[in-house]
Design a binder for this molecule. Structure first.
Ligand code: HEM
Length: 121
């Protein structure tokens, strides 16, 4: 398997096809350089510019690109998203976002206490 250089989403964001920057985009954690391909893209270069420097996974899938399009894509791969920022697992399924559990609420008076206090008081 070919080894690719790793980049963060912030790195990709700077390659937005403007001010002499190349046009990179992300599809399922792989990074593609479409600077040369944009002029050949059957869907036009403007839609690619809209996704430049971004995660274009959703936009790409929404169009329902052919397997031929996916094959063309592989030729333009230049890197991968760093492990810590990856959004998809090895099967291409979206990873679940791990959210820290909220801090426990400070111990308050429970219903039970209210009832017993009511009975006792
Ligand atoms: C590596 C990235 C991409 C490659 C290699 C690629 C390639 C292609 C190819 C080969 C087609 C012709 C139809 C097909 O075979 O499915 C196509 C059509 C199209 N693409 Fe992409 N595409 C890419 C990214 C995108 C993105 C990010 C968008 C954003 C919405 C997009 C929008 C479209 C649209 C709207 C069409 C339909 C054009 C039409 O039917 O008139 N593409 N693309």
């Amino acid at each position: 398997m070919a080894e690719f250089k790793e980049y963060t989403f912030a790195d990709v964001a700077t390659r937005n096809g403007r001010n002499g920057q190349p046009l990179w985009m992300v599809y399922k954690d792989s990074i593609y350089d479409l600077t040369k391909y944009m002029h050949e893209h059957p869907g036009g270069d403007d839609v690619l510019m809209d996704e430049a420097g971004k995660d274009a996974t959703r936009a790409f899938d929404d169009v329902g690109h052919s397997s031929d399009a996916k094959h063309v894509m592989t030729k333009h791969k230049v890197g991968e998203i760093v492990e810590e920022e990856k959004r998809y697992d090895a099967n291409g399924k979206k990873r679940k976002r791990v959210v820290a559990a909220p801090a426990e609420k400070p111990e308050g008076r429970s219903c039970f206490n209210v009832v017993t206090c009511g009975l006792l008081g």
